[in-house]
Write a protein that binds this ligand. Sequence first.
Ligand code: FAD
Length: 419
Amino acid sequence: MSDTLQGDIRCDVAVVGAGPAGLMAAERLAGAGLTVRVFERMPTPARKLLLAGRGGLNLTHSEPLHAFLDRYGARRRIIAGWLERFGPEDLRAWAAGLGVETFVGTSGRVFPVQMKASTLVRAWLRRLAGMGVTLHTRHRWLGWSEDGTLRFLDGAGAAVSVHARAAVLAAGGASWPRTGSDGTWTDILAARGVAVEPLRPANVGFEVPWSDHLRERFAGQPVKPAALTLGGRRVKGEFVITDTGVEGGAVYALSAPLRDAVERDGWAALGLDLLPDLEAAEVRRRTARRGAESLATFLKKAFALTGPRAALLREFATRDELADPAALALRLKELTIPVTGVRPLDRAISSAGGVRFDAVDERLMLTALPGTFVAGEMLDWEAPTGGYLLQACFAGGVRAAEGVAEWLADGNRQGEQRS
Ligand SMILES: Cc1cc2nc3c(=O)[nH]c(=O)nc-3n(C[C@H](O)[C@H](O)[C@H](O)COP(=O)(O)OP(=O)(O)OC[C@H]3O[C@@H](n4cnc5c(N)ncnc54)[C@H](O)[C@@H]3O)c2cc1C
């Protein structure tokens, strides 16, 4: 069933948002024999996925599933159900099916051999077109009409009504809004009685009140090796000094508790271990043997500590601590970076918050709006970088598609069960 009158479209399932979650739902639904139309507000699809590919597309992670699932924190149990249907190996096999081979990097993260997203997106769009999925770009979803049809505005400013038996909303979070996901759907859903947690920055940089010297000399430089600690959690890795503070992998791994602490208390003490590969006792032994040489020479000779790492030590240790061997050893292993602010959502990698899980059933259908399903970053979960975001978006798209298929198989249609 599929036909189009002027401004009036009919299909089995309308998908809002042509990102990884929406396109995956579309693929599964079309594979189940349903007519599917995808509506995307931007002139081209999957812009955030393509942007993600610019820095090396990290599709998923190769670590054991129990460790993988821990990355979703309080949402572990729910997302485990999605990954049972479409786990990391399924994602790799799916990419291979599109002609995109993947490899496991030294960190365990999984990337396409070509590192970028464009080949995958091109092949995927070809496959979807071949399956009969129609993509309507420049169609912005506005909500519903009184009679339950979906309302869109097309690129020419004309109203478009979509009569669908079911809908999948996959309009993304609100980071990098120029890719199309701007979070304006929160008002549309809240007005229909759907509980939505405010969208907040996740995998984001933080503000640190650097001295002018540190900012001017070291902004843009990576700090590695290093380990960051917060409230008993320790992350070994690397981060980057920015004009305004810190960002990068190790920071993102702690960004949820760090954001919560800064929002709650106005600041947070981020611990920094400048010598993560040396035991404290060994550091003490070496500082105790310091001779008359300058601090810079000693740090370089004893610990190969130079550049931004040495600068951070001078930034946050006192003169007295630097002069005293025991205190110096302590500071090398435990320095405190004062974090005073969270960088804005539009510069974050992803967002936390979104449609609450108590507003959807386990098929990901909105209980307030039967026949309307939600997938991807629109839902209230978060995870660090490392491939966990895309994996959950793809797998959530699969789960929502299965939910739609089950619901339609039971003879339901969108709007029918609305009170
Ligand atoms: C710089 C950067 C790098 C990243 N790197 C990685 C990485 O390496 N690995 C990883 O796992 N994750 C990464 N991510 C995160 C990942 O890209 C996202 O989590 C993922 O794209 C979210 O998928 P989604 O389908 O939920 O939403 P999106 O990809 O945001 O897609 C939603 C789509 O809906 C459309 N839309 C929004 N509102 C409407 C509307 N009203 N009407 C019609 N269409 C609408 C948007 O235009 C958009 O195309 C990165 C993100 C960024 C910003």
